[in-house]
Structures are given as C-alpha cells and as structure tokens.
Design a binder for this molecule. Structure first.
Ligand code: SF4
Length: 94
C-alpha cells in the first residue's frame, strides 16, 4: 500500500464511529505487538485484541506511524496513548 493510500485509509478510519474489525497491517514489526517495549502493561494481551486484532485505527502507535512514519513512533508509546499521539500529530502539522 502506498503512503497516499495509507493516509487515505487513516483518514477514513478516523471518521467518528468507524470501527475496522480487522488486523493491523503493522503487526509483524510492531514493538508493542511483539512484546519489545521495556515495560509491557499487564493488560497487553487485552490491548492487542482490542487494537491490533480488531480496531487498529484507534491505536496511537498506528496513527503516528501512518501520519508521520514508523521510525517516529516513540518506543514507549502505548496503543491507548491517544492524547500523546494527537499532540505529536499537531506538532508535526504545524
Ligand atoms: S500496537 Fe498499534 S501499530 Fe502496533 S500492531 Fe497493534 S494496532 Fe498496529
């Protein structure tokens, strides 16, 4: 998928109420999904089901990866850190 296609999908998926109900296409190399973060949360399995395998468009890591680039995803960013991801996107778009 090209960057433009990914961005278009990202924008579509962020429409209010949109639920993907499919696996994230970043699973394979994602530090969170592969338990590579320094401190994995106790609820990481639940988060993987909720975000990685069901509604990845709501994942903070996914948002940053698609909008800014995978290399810009902070290693300690958790899927539920929406506020932090939004702040990063705001800074990026200034
Ligand atoms: S943590 Fe986010 S970016 Fe990583 S695999 Fe799960 S949904 Fe995708």
């Amino acid at each position: 998928m090209s960057y433009r296609q990914s961005l278009a999908m990202y924008q579509l998926k962020n429409l209010p109420g949109f639920i993907c109900m499919s696996e994230c296409n970043l699973l394979e190399k994602c530090l969170f999904f592969n338990d590579k973060l320094k401190s994995m949360p106790a609820a990481s399995d639940t988060m993987k089901k909720l975000y990685c395998r069901w509604n990845f468009a709501k994942c903070a890591r996914y948002k940053v990866a698609i909008a800014i680039g995978r290399k810009e995803v902070p290693p300690d960013l958790f899927p539920g850190d929406s506020q932090r991801a939004n702040n990063m996107l705001l800074q990026y778009n200034k």
